[in-house]
Ligand binder design. Structure first.
Ligand code: 5GP
Length: 192
């Protein structure tokens, strides 16, 4: 599947909220079009082939679907970082603070040390890239585990926000299947 089909789908089904939030609830964030996401997973499979990926890492909840589709291709497990809702952090975990773009507050994400090891080669997968805080938090978990980072696969990068540029400057490989150049309720959505 060519990624212009993803752009078409975003144009057709996406709803711009305010000036910087895109809702794609009909196929990615609420209802999930599994066959469609399967094709996106295959594309990540092509792009990160040969990296020796041993684990997919994402954040609950909206990244899990696309992470699973990608994991099917690599035949590796998915680990999703949990958003810690309580103050006390239990046991043997890696943890990192993340400022949520959609909720405007900071929470800790945690992954059990059992599921992230120094010998892992980790591919990060998420639905959106905005200011990059979610990916930065995941990168820290990978670092803390002493694991190797293969890069990050993102379904929709909002290229007018700063996360993608900043992470690429740090030398992190980011593969976004759709990169939005600009969007508004009046003008619609344009891609790079
Ligand atoms: P960042 O941490 O890069 O600022 O934001 C990425 C995270 O926020 C993603 O995990 C995603 O769930 C959420 N997010 C950011 N922007 C959007 C958006 O425009 N639409 C939706 N549905 N989620 C977003």
């Amino acid at each position: 599947m060519g990624m212009e089909l993803l752009e078409e789908r975003i144009r057709k089904d996406g709803h711009v909220r305010g000036h910087d939030v895109l809702k794609v609830d009909s196929f990615l964030n609420h209802q999930i079009d599994v066959a469609f996401l399967e094709e996106l997973g295959k594309e990540f499979g092509r792009r990160f082939a040969g990296c020796g990926v041993t684990k997919i890492l994402t954040i609950e909840a909206s990244g899990i679907g696309i992470a699973c589709m990608t994991a099917q291709i690599f035949r590796v497990p998915v680990v999703f970082a949990k958003k810690n809702k309580t103050k006390n952090i239990a046991g043997d975990v890696y943890t990192s603070p993340v400022h949520s773009f959609t909720h405007g507050k900071t929470y800790d994400i945690i992954v059990s040390k059992e599921f992230l090891k120094a010998e892992d080669k980790v591919l990060l997968i998420d639905d959106f890239l905005a200011n990059g805080k979610a990916l930065e938090g995941l990168c820290k978990l990978v670092d803390d585990a002493g694991a190797t980072l293969c890069g990050a696969g993102i379904v929709i990068e909002k290229g007018f926000q700063q996360g993608g540029d900043r992470l690429r400057e740090k030398g992190i490989r980011i593969e976004s299947l759709a990169r939005i150049a600009a969007m508004s309720q009046e003008e619609g959505i344009s891609f790079f």
